[in-house]
Design a protein around this ligand. Structure first.
Ligand SMILES: Nc1nc2c(c(=O)[nH]1)N[C@H]1C(S)=C(S)[C@@H](COP(=O)(O)O)O[C@H]1N2
Ligand SMILES: [Mo]
Length: 219
């Protein structure tokens, strides 16, 4: 995984693309978060695995810049102190990775996406968000999913600065969707009127990624 140097078309990427074409891990059972905390086909882990393309950017709090642009009335460009000066939120949520591991009770600190939206004010036609990252990774979300309760720009985990291998200084966390939607090393949030599939979404992974509906792969 991430302990070897990998390009985006690495072995891991090819393997995960094969899983998508085979429908690997699908149980065919749907559920709801109110009924089952653990989504179908998932198993619990106690550690926190590292999953990414293996291109570990060296972004630091000093070099961090976050651009928020596209279909918004008030575009923003924040450095790390400016992000820390926004209204801060703490929340606890679970992680569900499409490779079948889930991790409960992660305590995040950062900026709620709902508060970001009040600051940048998406235009009426804005309906999608594309997250751009320092390793070249992208992922897309419907604006409603980006804005959902619990979604936040995270800079700390369990009260400590978010480690670089987990996407620090700043990553997105969208707890109600598979974790590939939770962009690490966030550098740009682009609001759009039209959708634009990201890195895994063009490689056979589902456009939305609801774990309780097993939206692992596109059909
Ligand atoms: N920038 C970036 N964000 C990313 C990825 C990536 O490769 N690059 N991988 C995604 C995937 S597939 C998962 S499962 C989670 C893993 O986050 P973690 O390494 O903190 O567990 O990050 C997501 N966000
Ligand atoms: Mo993943």
């Amino acid at each position: 995984m991430s302990d070897e140097t990998e390009t985006p078309e690495s072995k891991l990427t090819r393997t995960k693309q094969e899983w998508a074409s085979q429908g690997k891990f699908l149980t065919g059972r749907a559920s709801r978060p109110e009924a089952d905390r653990l989504p179908p086909g998932q198993h619990l882990v106690q550690n926190w695995p590292i999953l990414d393309l293996g291109l570990r950017p060296d972004t630091t709090p000093a070099s961090f810049r976050l651009r928020v642009d596209g279909a918004v009335d008030a575009p923003a460009l924040w450095d790390f102190p400016q992000l820390m000066a926004q209204k801060q939120t703490e929340a606890v949520s679970d992680i569900h990775c499409v490779t079948t591991w889930s991790r409960y009770d992660n305590r995040w600190s950062g900026v709620a996406t709902s508060d970001l939206l009040e600051t940048v004010r998406p235009k009426s036609g804005a309906a999608f968000v594309v997250l751009h990252c320092d390793d070249g990774y992208t992922t897309n979300l419907a604006l409603a999913d980006f804005a959902a309760p619990g979604a936040m720009l995270v800079h700390a985990w369990e009260g400590r600065p978010l480690a670089s291998e987990h996407g620090g200084p700043v990553r997105l966390v969208v707890p109600h969707l598979y974790f590939w939607k939770s962009a690490k090393w966030l550098k740009r949030i682009e609001f759009r009127t039209k959708d634009e599939p990201g890195f895994w979404e063009v490689r056979g992974y589902h456009n939305r990624g609801d774990p309780w509906n097993e939206e692992r792969y596109s059909d």
